[in-house]
Design a protein around this ligand. Structure first.
Ligand code: MSP
Length: 638
């Protein structure tokens, strides 16, 4: 069997954070799981280095795009081994073999007549590097970046994506798990109910030079998404590479919901047009929020993976990420939730079980795994066998289906079952009488067997802990007792094996962010917001801030959050503001507020808004910024 897994290739306009770490750890987990089944595996990650965003980020730092991309790409590449993640290839879209494949595929699709030249006008989000249809916007803004897209008109090359709409719908219908979980398949199908437009795949060099030139027109570079998606085949040496032939038929991508459309629509259509078979599964997960809020630089709540590893330990961090997020849904990250899980699941359930069983082996058998008389075993064993089998079955099913949280839940159910079995069997009572010696042997023997199984099943998520457990069970961790085939056989730890003195797998953490015995680090949320990059006085003066008096206010029909205000700032203006959940129209009329008067007008639910109200962000929502005493309408700010 073969298995090929990819993460998105990450933009190099920001440092790696929790979100990137999650997806990449998931890829590592599923690849380790597949290797437990003796699959040949290939794991790809990398960086996406062309496009406007990168050029802008480089400019901000005052360096060339080339220097900039090398710098940030290295941060990603160097991070993964620190998280025990070892991809087979770290691809960069600036790699020459990748660029050659992009050129080749463009030529092929162009020659087949699926690329044409035309003029286009549309709303473009620079954050997403793509055009948006009006219906995809929320209150006129990009749903991801919450910024207003810009109207752009230019001549460009287009990929005839519309031609593949019918085929894609059929494919989604005949392959119900092509995109999973189902909610995302439904989302794509819903999108495909409307006519699918063609895809603009070029950018004029007059606007952007940092990209791969189109082979049929030197005046243009390739649109970043068309370039980036092809990394999944270029990495394998498409079209002739041995890796491509071996692994492409087993391709599975992992992405978050933010990039469902390029992966669920553009990419299959591109593959079809290029005559490449489509991938097998697209696995889509939700977003991590931080303490119930979006993770963002401006909120200063960006979580650094290495910091979490350093404070809580790598395996505990990996465990938390995989256990806490229901794959497919959004999840909430907080250090207190992590501490809770570490204490309950790792220190209590698993850690206690492990040290209890090992210390009893030392106490009653001098650290040597007892002999087992099979007859006595049948009679006095703990009856864990059928549970073990069920656990492995559910674990394998869930891992295969990318329900990673459920795979762990199944293992923890088994851990619970073992802890209860100890309490019922009460080995300390059996140890009191020589008559129950054989029974005691059977009980300890079964418990060690159970630990051996657990050490194998946790391997994909907690590889270091798995190895530690196996060392302490007297097994050779180099020999990999992780093969699912063997785990199913429910093998004992060989009798007579001498076990090293017991260890504490996971110390309890006493308070949030404060592991016992270590120096306390402040929780990330308390470190205060990161400030924005330095701005000059000129930057500030370009923003026209003015005091305005609210003349009237009314709700905007069918928009729960919006109020339409008429204001006086020397002239009359209409402003639409998203404060309806926090201010009634009556509370606003007659008040003086502060507005940005020179913001480009934007249409929100059919109303043109000619400015923006200033509010402070608070836990309870937006709070208006007001002058301390009345001033003439239109007064400027400084
Ligand atoms: N460069 C494109 C992808 C091209 S793939 C051919 C891109 N890059 S990105 O840097 O923005 O990465 C997006 C991905 O990062 C998400 O799909 C997800 O894998 C991960 N995450 C970023 N923030 C995240 C969260 N807050 N939560 C979970 N994952 C998130 O898009």
């Amino acid at each position: 069997m073969t298995f090929y897994v990819s993460t998105p290739i990450y933009y190099v306009n920001a440092r790696p954070h929790l979100g990137h770490a999650y997806t990449t750890i998931v890829a590592d987990v599923v690849r380790r799981f597949q290797s437990m089944r003796d699959s040949q595996t290939y794991f790809l990650t990398g960086t996406d280095e062309h496009g406007d965003k990168v050029v802008q980020a480089a400019q901000k730092q005052g360096v060339s795009p080339r220097v900039y991309v090398d710098q940030i790409s290295r941060l990603f590449r160097d991070l993964w081994p620190e998280l025990n993640v070892r991809p087979d290839r770290f691809i960069r879209t600036t790699d020459s073999d990748h660029m050659a494949v992009v050129t080749e595929v463009l030529r092929k699709i162009h020659a087949a007549g699926d690329i044409y030249f035309s003029e286009y006008e549309g709303l473009y989000c620079f954050g997403c590097e793509r055009f948006y249809a009006e219906r995809e916007l929320q209150e006129g803004r990009c749903p991801i970046h919450e910024s207003e897209p810009e109207l752009i008109r230019e001549s460009n090359y287009f990929f005839r994506m519309s031609r593949y709409q019918g085929w894609l719908i059929d494919h989604l219908q005949s392959h119900p798990d092509f995109i999973r979980p189902e909610r995302y398949r439904n989302e794509v199908l819903a999108f495909l109910r409307e006519p699918l437009g063609d895809l603009c795949i070029s950018r004029p060099k007059t606007r952007l030079t940092w990209g791969i030139p189109l082979p049929f027109d030197e005046a243009y570079v390739t649109y970043v998404w068309f370039d980036a998606l092809l990394n999944y085949v270029s990495a394998l040496g498409y079209p002739d590479g041995e890796l491509f032939h071996r692994f492409w038929p087993a391709a599975q991508h992992i992405v978050a919901k933010d990039i469902l459309k390029p992966h669920g629509i553009y990419w299959p259509c591109m593959l079809k047009a290029a005559g490449i078979p489509v991938y097998r599964h697209l696995n889509v997960h939700g977003y991590w929020n931080i303490e119930q809020r979006k993770m963002s630089k401006s909120l200063g709540n960006v979580i650094e993976p290495l910091e979490m590893r350093n404070v809580y330990g790598l395996d505990a961090f990996r465990y938390f990420l995989i256990r806490e997020m229901t794959f497919g849904l959004d999840a909430n990250f907080s250090e207190s939730a992590m501490v809770q899980r570490i204490n309950a699941d790792l220190a209590n359930d698993l850690g206690n079980l492990f040290s209890r069983v090992l210390s009893m082996t030392h106490k009653y058998f001098d650290g040597a795994v007892p002999e087992l008389d099979p007859e006595v075993g049948r009679q006095y064993g703990l009856g864990l066998g059928p549970d073990a089998r069920r656990t492995v079955d559910e674990y394998e099913r869930a891992m295969e289906a990318f329900e990673l949280h459920k795979a762990l839940a199944a293992v923890w159910e088994f851990i619970g079952r073992m802890n209860r079995a100890i309490d019922i069997a009460a080995p300390w009572e059996l140890a009191k009488k020589p008559a129950t010696r054989k029974q005691l042997e059977a009980v300890i023997h079964s418990l060690l067997k159970g630990l051996r199984l657990i050490s194998g099943l946790i391997y994909p998520v907690m590889p270091d802990t798995a190895a530690r457990m196996q060392t302490h069970l007297g097994l050779d961790p180099e020999a990999l007792y992780y093969a699912l085939r063997d785990l199913r056989l429910w093998k004992p730890v060989p009798s007579g094996t001498r076990l090293p003195k017991t260890v504490m797998l996971f110390p309890r953490i006493e308070a949030a962010g404060e592991p016992a015995g270590a120096s306390p680090a402040p929780p990330a949320a308390e470190r205060g917001p990161e400030t924005k990059p330095e701005a000059t006085l000129e930057d500030f003066q370009r923003i026209d801030l003015r005091v305005a008096t609210v003349l009237s206010a009314e709700p905007v029909p069918k928009a729960k959050k919006l109020l339409k205000l008429e204001v006086d700032l020397g002239e009359r203006r209409t402003i639409v503001s998203g404060i309806a959940a926090h201010y009634t129209p009556e509370a606003l009329v007659g008040r003086q507020v502060v507005i940005i008067a020179n913001l480009r007008p934007v249409k929100l639910m059919g109303v043109v808004s000619q400015g923006m109200l200033l509010t402070a962000e608070s836990e309870d929502g937006p709070v208006l910024i007001l002058p301390e005493k009345p001033v003439a309408p239109g007064s400027g700010l400084r």
